[in-house]
Design a protein around this ligand. Structure first.
Ligand code: N01
Length: 542
């Protein structure tokens, strides 16, 4: 590595590389950059490691990937050492796991906590980034890696009066470390996405009164979680190689992958039996292991939607409530399917009320609770499960200024562009882990791939005496054509959700765009690998 530039009085510290974020991506990237001998600093806004698993500590929070498919795969000793206690581990366990990784690799000595990055400006003359923190300090580095997450910028609804509320209020994505007691309390939950569903099923256990404010129902399906005993964990350990191999082969790196049959290839009886089987299995089978045309063929999608609607009607006693919980404006799986544990049964409890905010809109938050178009409610606690400014949101709140003085936000105002999600045209030496149009799915698998790819590129540069990498415009255009191509014909593209870039709470994000990569992870990886194999074809290196 060449020496850091000199004469930069404004920068308080000089590094070879800066990583923004100490979540799963940032931690792994730090391990790999140390191996390259790069003097690296991680800036992390929180006071601990974990990213998503640090901020999202709301009741019932857990992931929907099987635990043993979710952990890091790169460290065989860690796989031997660590025991998952549930098929779908709860947030405290995942946070503990990531802290163990930070301890094991002594990562904290290179992480500055409580350090939120405000701006990053490329200095073309020096070939470095100046990174400015909210505390006003400035730091220089040759390389800048964003590990800022996909769903990490919580958004609040624009209701008037939010600050007037005299009780306690929380956003699920900014949950406090202190325990919140719901016993005997009147609680409101606003929002019924994956976070809302997990929160609702947990809060309903102890709250005196839980009122759920639902604008759009989502299709939910059973998680079928279970404990993992010592013996089962030993058995899982023997299968790790096969588990991670499987994740490399499936569509979205989950253990499940689409069934090779089309919905109407089989008889009605076979179809029903298959859907019953998926509905009774652990995890995402019903969503990502369903018939292969379920998310592209309207009639196929209607068939699965009909099946899941039947299940909801069976599980919810009051037919009117059941109808409110069945989505009418989008088909099954065209938005993220929250996995649940007795979520629908919650609405059979006498302490739970469902309010349809399309019929009776929330007008304002009041000091005592909230007012809808037809009623006044009093609450002790209001929980905002109102989601995130997804994908671009985490980038938008940092002012990245590139080679020509243009900001990333300006460049992306009509939708993000990239080269395989990791490199940007006009932003040299900016490496965006899980950046736009990356294969998402089972996130840690994508994280490991991204980190390895960026590390290999930096190693290539070191070996060849290069210090600058940037996406070439032609390669970006070719990749973006592919991104647009694979999105065509996907039913999910016809629906408002964070996956199509829509968030009514954020100015300028009301229009649907191709916000994520909708092709398969293997195809995504083949594009990225081909670039590397062809000596980083399409990447401007010098
Ligand atoms: O956010 P969401 P989330 N007035 O955007 C409602 C991942 N995740 O935090 O649908 C009234 O899905 C909004 O209503 P509508 C996962 O990828 C994973 O729940 O816009 N309501 C919606 O109901 C997930 O997809 C896990 O009409 C308002 C809700 O708030 C992603 O994170 C767990 C409103 C937001 O739902 C995001 O999930 C949790 C308003 N002004 C999350 N504004 C696991 O792995 C918003 N809403 C298990």
């Amino acid at each position: 590595m060449s020496a850091a530039p000199t004469g930069l009085a404004a920068a308080t510290e000089i590094f070879d590389a800066v990583i923004i974020g100490a979540g799963m991506s940032g931690l792994y990237q730090l391990i790999r950059l140390r191996e390259l001998g790069l003097k690296t600093r991680v800036f992390e806004a929180g006071t601990g490691v974990g990213g998503t698993w640090y901020w999202n500590r709301y009741p019932g929070c857990r992931f929907d990937s099987e635990s043993y498919s979710y952990g890091y795969s790169f460290d065989k000793d860690l796989l031997k050492e660590w025991n998952w206690t549930e098929h779908f581990a709860p947030q405290p366990e995942t946070e503990r796991y990531l802290n163990l990784v930070a301890d094991k690799y002594d990562l904290r000595r290179d992480i500055r906590f409580g350090a939120r990055v405000k701006a990053a400006t490329w200095d073309d003359a020096n070939g470095t980034w100046t990174v400015e923190l909210e505390d006003g300090s400035r730091h220089r580095s040759r390389y800048l890696v964003t590990a800022i997450g996909v769903l990490s910028t919580p958004t609040m609804p624009g209701f008037p009066g939010i600050d007037d509320f005299l009780g306690q209020s929380f956003h699920t994505g900014l949950w406090p470390k202190e325990e919140v007691d719901f016993a005997g309390k009147r609680v409101a939950v606003i929002g019924t996405g994956a976070s809302g569903v997990q929160t609702i099923q947990e809060v309903a256990k102890t709250a005196a009164q839980l009122t759920v404010f639902q604008r759009t129902p989502n299709w939910c399906a059973p998680l079928h979680n279970g404990k993992i005993g010592a013996e089962e964990m030993e058995e899982i350990r023997t299968r790790y190689d096969a588990i991670f191999q499987r994740c490399q082969e499936t569509f979205s790196c989950f253990l499940h992958t689409p069934d090779p049959r089309n919905t109407f290839d089989v008889s009605a009886e076979e179809r029903e039996a298959f859907l019953e089987q998926l509905y009774s299995e652990r995890g995402f089978g019903i969503w990502v292991g369903n018939f292969k045309d379920m998310l592209t063929d309207r009639a196929a999608n209607e068939e699965v939607s009909r099946f899941v609607a039947k299940k909801i009607r069976q599980r919810v006693k009051d037919p009117k409530i059941a109808e409110l919980l069945i989505p009418k404006n989008h088909g099954f799986g065209t938005r993220r399917v929250p996995l649940e544990t007795r979520y629908y049964e919650v609405y059979n409890q006498p302490n739970v009320t469902l309010v349809d905010t399309k019929a009776t809109t929330i007008e304002r938050i009041t000091p005592a609770g909230l007012r809808t178009s037809d009623a006044e409610y009093e609450f002790d606690i209001i929980i905002y499960a109102t989601g995130f400014d997804a994908l671009r949101g985490a980038f938008d709140r940092i002012e990245f200024r590139g080679r020509d003085g243009v900001t990333l936000k300006e460049m992306w105002k009509d939708g993000a562009t990239s080269l395989v999600g990791m490199l940007q045209d006009g932003f040299p030496n900016l490496f965006t882990l899980l950046g736009p149009h990356n294969a998402l799915g089972n996130i840690p698998r994508s994280i490991e791939f991204n980190v390895e790819w960026v590390t290999a590129l930096l190693r290539h540069m070191q070996r060849n005496g290069m210090t600058r990498a940037e996406a070439g415009p032609e390669a970006v255009a070719k990749w973006m054509d592919h991104v647009m191509d694979v999105a065509r014909g996907q039913l999910s593209m016809e629906v408002d959700s964070w996956m199509t870039g829509v968030n009514i709470n954020v100015a300028g994000k009301q229009k649907r765009i191709v916000a994520r990569y909708t092709g398969s992870a293997p195809v995504y990886r083949s594009w990225a690998n081909e670039i590397a194999e062809r000596g980083y074809a399409g990447v401007l290196l010098n």
